[in-house]
Design a protein around this ligand. Structure first.
Ligand code: GAR
Length: 209
């Protein structure tokens, strides 16, 4: 089972969804650690309750983004992480860090990218009059919330939706999508090649038709 680490900044509900998926013995990965840049992240308490090693690398303790990312990288190496999942990790990453984990680092974002990168995605989708909204798991590249797409899930926007109701419903879709996308990566069904995602499906079995 491949070694997966998760980076968070807050609540950690997507982290919990990944942890839950890894509890299934047939899932091809296991969580070797959770790192937060914020000491007060709720997700750190949750991870500790699951007996997962946790680390705080507070960005305020470092003079530059480069030094902070170097420290995070050192922790990831100490944990023996092969794959990195960003789960509500609200930091821009340095080019060096991104390059080091190229093809091995993925992120979940609460919009149908390339629409609505950045913050307040639910409010912006409502303001744009979208009738569907969704979430995206993508390989991390240097730009914020961009990078080749592995998987997406869409939900309908209801006439009475507020940013809060939409966010809440989408979060449930995120929790289903992220483990699925991670599994695709771990099984080699989604690979980053020449800046694009190559998707391959498992061979059909005689029962499939
Ligand atoms: C999630 O909705 C995630 O998609 C979003 O932050 C939330 C974290 O919640 N990520 C981004 O906006 C990345 N640009 P969680 O801590 O409960 O998983």
């Amino acid at each position: 089972r491949r070694r997966v680490a998760i980076l968070i900044s807050g609540r950690g509900s997507n982290m919990s969804a990944l942890v839950a998926a890894c509890m299934n013995p047939s899932f091809p990965g296991r969580i070797v650690g959770v790192i937060s840049n914020r000491p007060d992240a709720k997700g750190i308490e949750t991870a500790a309750r699951y007996d997962i090693p946790t680390r705080i690398v507070d960005h305020r303790d470092f003079a530059s983004r480069e030094e902070h990312d170097e420290a995070v990288k050192a922790e990831l190496e100490g944990l023996g992480a092969e794959i990195v999942c960003l789960a509500g990790y609200m930091r821009l990453l340095t080019p060096d860090f991104v390059r080091h984990f190229s093809g091995r680092m993925i992120n979940i974002h609460p919009s149908l990218l390339p629409l609505f990168p950045g913050l307040d995605t639910h409010k912006r989708a409502l303001n744009a009059g979208m009738r569907v909204h969704g979430c995206t798991v993508h390989f991390v590249t240097e730009g914020m919330d961009e990078g080749p797409i592995i998987a997406q899930a869409a939900i309908g926007v209801q006439p009475d939706d507020t940013a809060e109701t939409l966010a809440e419903r989408l979060l449930r879709a995120e929790h289903r999508l992220y483990p699925h996308a991670l599994e695709m990566l771990l099984r080699g069904r989604a690979r980053l090649t020449n800046g694009r995602v190559a998707i391959s499906m498992p061979a059909a079995t005689p029962d499939d038709d």
